[in-house]
Design a protein around this ligand. Structure first.
Ligand code: GDP
Length: 444
């Protein structure tokens, strides 16, 4: 999997990591090569462009951490963007619905749909203790129905008895009923494929969907077909609606273009990948693990992560010391705002606290949203050093200049100054008290 890309990116990034300093031109040159490598891997052009743009912007603006070489920082940025491009979090098959949960498998003939149906059934049975029933809806090819029956026997998963002459919709209804009456947790419907997308296929899929009301519709696509797989997913999603994908034959895919662009282009998660013909050759798709595999530089990534944690800890300690001294200027406030922004803004912070959903809405209606931090930081950045240290200097004409520089107005500046004053007062009143709240909070 991804061997070609692994080689190319390895060479490009290794060329950077050893160096003591990196110029913007070095980064740009490396990004040109990364771009070429991704295009050769058959990643969608739009995805390549947005990827390299993001990496370049972050690499140029990045604070290089102490103890880290600039090139190592670039590796970490490339890694994080890869994870982001792949969908950030792994998404599992969702069984959160009344039993029997119906999973409808769709895709072209030969993509590995029947094999994958059996692999999923086996996995749910063995790993999650689910009682699974499989049914083949491929009425055009009796051999397909027989194939599923045999796979069921092999994996010890029940299959719906074959009744000749029934339509796909009739079989789907019978499967749902058998699933319900038989106490099954999951029913997997293996639908018919075609060699290419055509109208009758789409109509059949839509009919089955409305009859069976599946909770998951998984498109099985052959990763070796690259961008064709991505277009197929887009088509199926537009016509039938899909909840996720299984990419098969990843074991033979050295390029990885489909896997890399699928999420960004279609917005649908790759839930599983097929990695061989055997019944257990099915893996969950974890973006971080895949990115680690592609880059093969896990040690550098964790080195940078540790350094970043240290920096945050050092900053927090410095801030705590400052608070104890009772001094808190606008530079300190800007630091705090940046930290909060890093934690995912207001939404991120509130999201971490249970029961805060309602409060979040109220704050949003009061104009306190995620953009607020950015604006406040912009205001502070538009001040001179002297103004930041001594906000009392900020009279009317200075405020006018700052408003123009930060794209805000006097009211917003006053609001920020008021907030700063209140915070500074709290700090001051806290400073004298030994064992006070701040000391407790800071672990001092
Ligand atoms: P269907 O027509 O979509 O139902 O496709 P099948 O399930 O019959 O699979 C077609 C062929 O692809 C079979 O020989 C499978 O063993 C093979 N196959 C399916 N998934 C994978 C995979 O992930 N890797 C490899 N190497 N072969 C696979």
């Amino acid at each position: 999997m991804f061997e070609n890309l692994q080689d190319r990116l390895g060479t490009i990034l290794n060329g950077l990591t050893g160096r003591g300093a990196l110029s913007d031109a070095d980064v740009a040159a490396a990004m040109r090569e990364v771009r070429r490598a991704l295009i050769e891997a058959d990643v969608s052009l739009d995805v390549v462009r947005s990827f390299t743009d993001k990496v370049r912007a972050k690499a140029v603006g990045a604070d290089v951490l102490k103890s880290i070489k600039p090139g190592q920082m670039v590796v970490k940025i490339v890694h994080d963007e890869l994870v982001d491009m792949l969908g950030a979090e792994g998404v599992a098959i969702d069984l959160n619905a009344p039993a029997p949960v119906i999973i409808m498998m769709v895709g072209l003939q030969g993509s590995g749909k029947t094999t994958t149906s059996a692999k999923i059934a086996k996995r749910l049975t063995d790993r999650q203790g689910k009682k699974v029933l499989m049914a083949s809806l491929d009425t055009r090819r009796p051999a397909a129905q027989e194939q599923l029956r045999q796979l069921g026997e092999q994996t010890k998963v029940s299959t719906l008895p074959i009744i000749a002459g029934q339509s796909p919709v009739e079989i789907a209804r019978r499967a749902e009923q058998a699933g319900r009456l038989g106490g099954y947790d999951v029913v997997i419907l293996d639908t018919a494929g075609r060699t290419h997308i055509d109208e009758p296929l789409m109509v059949e899929m839509a009919d089955i969907k409305s009859a069976a009301r599946p909770h998951e519709i998984l498109l099985v696509a052959d990763s070796l077909t690259g961008q064709d797989a991505v277009n197929l997913a887009r088509n199926f999603d537009e016509r039938v609606g899909i909840t996720g994908l299984v990419l098969t034959r990843m074991d033979g895919d050295g390029r990885g273009g489909a896997a890399l662009s699928m999420r960004a282009v279609t917005g649908k998660p790759i839930k599983l990948i097929g990695t061989g013909e055997k019944m257990d050759a099915l893996e969950e798709f974890f973006p971080k693990r895949i990115a680690d595999r592609i880059l093969g530089m896990g040690d550098i990534v964790s080195l940078v992560e540790r350094a970043a944690e240290n920096i945050d800890a050092e900053k927090a300690a410095a801030m705590a010391k400052k608070m104890q001294s009772g001094k808190f200027d606008l530079d300190d406030l800007a630091d705090q705002l940046r930290q909060m922004e890093k934690m995912g803004g207001m939404g991120g912070i509130m999201g971490m606290m249970p029961g805060m959903g309602k409060m979040k809405d109220q704050m949003a209606s009061a104009g306190l949203d995620d953009k607020m931090f950015g604006k406040q930081i912009a205001i502070i950045s538009s001040m001179t050093k002297a103004e930041r240290a001594n906000p009392d200097l900020l009279k009317h004409s200075r405020k006018k200049r700052i408003a123009a520089g930060s794209g805000t107005d006097a009211a917003q500046i006053n609001k920020l100054l008021k907030m700063h004053r209140q915070m500074a007062d709290v700090m001051k009143s806290m400073a004298g008290k030994k064992g006070g709240m701040m000391r407790g909070l800071m672990g001092g």
